[in-house]
Design a protein around this ligand. Structure first.
Ligand SMILES: Cc1cc2nc3c(=O)[nH]c(=O)nc-3n(C[C@H](O)[C@H](O)[C@H](O)COP(=O)(O)OP(=O)(O)OC[C@H]3O[C@@H](n4cnc5c(N)ncnc54)[C@H](O)[C@@H]3O)c2cc1C
Length: 304
């Protein structure tokens, strides 16, 4: 692996439009602020450098992880021994095209939401406050009580692990489940919206914002909901009924505001968070016989 990684590093450094760093701590790139180092961190700035980098990694057999805004991941304290890729600049543009918005996968979902409001376009109001990128949103089918990303998505430009380009136009809208096959890299997406006066769009956005702010911890290091809601139930309610609010392992604690959120109090390791996740799942299973499924993606853990 070390020889392959060195070879990949040498090839990646020759890719124009990308920058390559070695042994980069991932804690600063995740919303939980934990996790070890990536062997390589590649910042890809153009569509061409995306394809060239993916091909280089494929040819050398070095594992690739595409990271968006790191707001739905738990990276192990041992880090990720392959290459972590982030999409920036030309891969993070937001453009209005008639009633559609075309976005690079590295753009923040919030940038698309703001552009829609400024352009008097409706259809993305549900996404107010989700802190991820468009790529991350597509790969998690991000959503709120007001809707999910699949509803307004018309097409996704994707790249496969050997650098092939494809366009996907059909999506199965399954709750918090990736809209593309595992392994595909989201390069860009197009949302079909409809014109509406900006006061109405703004008022729906305000409603989503105020409902979130009243029910979720604000301004803390979290990754949003830890578990998916089981069918017909709210994971937070089950966790609350188990008396888990405030439960802690090391520097990780279950939020007092919402029992499905884990907060890093400043000293948590990923091992603390993982142990707390396991404890929460066990308590709910013991009390209700319900097996909660993590919504957050575990990276670099043995069983992930
Ligand atoms: C305070 C807070 C509130 C939140 N509220 C919500 C909410 O209301 N609704 C909701 O759905 N989520 C919510 N989340 C979770 C998170 O914001 C979403 O899941 C978001 O869509 C993740 O996007 P990201 O860019 O951060 O993805 P990351 O966390 O970086 O990655 C998530 C997954 O997507 C993959 N991925 C990312 N980009 C790409 C790409 N371009 N191509 C292929 N794979 C990619 C990663 O490999 C990983 O498997 C919240 C998180 C926080 C911290």
């Amino acid at each position: 692996m070390a020889a392959r990684a060195r070879e990949a590093g040498a090839v990646l450094r020759r890719v124009t439009g990308a920058s390559v760093e070695e042994n980069v701590p991932l804690a600063g790139l995740t919303s939980w602020r934990t996790g070890g180092e990536a062997r390589y961190l590649i910042t890809v700035n153009t569509p061409g450098s995306l394809i060239d980098s993916v091909r280089a990694l494929h040819d050398t057999g070095v594992p690739l992880l595409v990271l968006g805004n790191g707001s739905n991941v738990l990276v192990a304290d041992s880090g990720f021994s392959g290459a972590v890729m982030r999409l920036k600049n030309q891969m993070a543009t937001v453009e209005v095209d008639g009633h559609a918005i075309a976005v690079g996968a590295g753009a923040l979902l919030g940038a698309a939401v703001s552009k829609a409001l400024r352009s008097s376009l409706s259809g993305l109001e549900f996404a107010v406050g989700i802190p991820g990128t468009v790529g991350g949103a597509v790969m998690t089918n991000a959503g709120t009580f007001a809707g999910s990303i699949a509803a307004s998505l018309v097409s996704v430009e994707a790249v496969d692990r050997s650098g092939g380009i494809l366009t996907v136009e059909e999506f199965e809208d399954v709750y918090r489940t990736a809209l593309l096959a595992d392994g595909l890299i989201v390069a860009a997406a197009r949302f079909d919206l409809h014109p509406e006066d900006s006061a109405s769009v703004r008022s729906r956005m305000d409603e989503v914002r105020s409902r979130r702010e009243g029910s979720q911890p604000q301004g803390t290091a979290t990754a949003g909901s830890v578990f998916k809601n089981p069918p017909g139930e709210a994971a937070g309610r089950l966790l609350d009924q188990c008396g888990l609010k405030g439960a802690s392992v090391g520097g990780a604690a279950v939020s007092d505001v919402h029992a499905n959120f884990i907060i890093n109090n400043g000293t948590a390791t990923s091992a603390d968070i993982k142990a707390l996740i396991d404890l929460m799942a066990r308590e709910v299973d013991d009390a209700f016989g319900v097996r909660l499924e993590p919504e957050v993606r575990l990276i670099g853990f043995k069983e992930s």
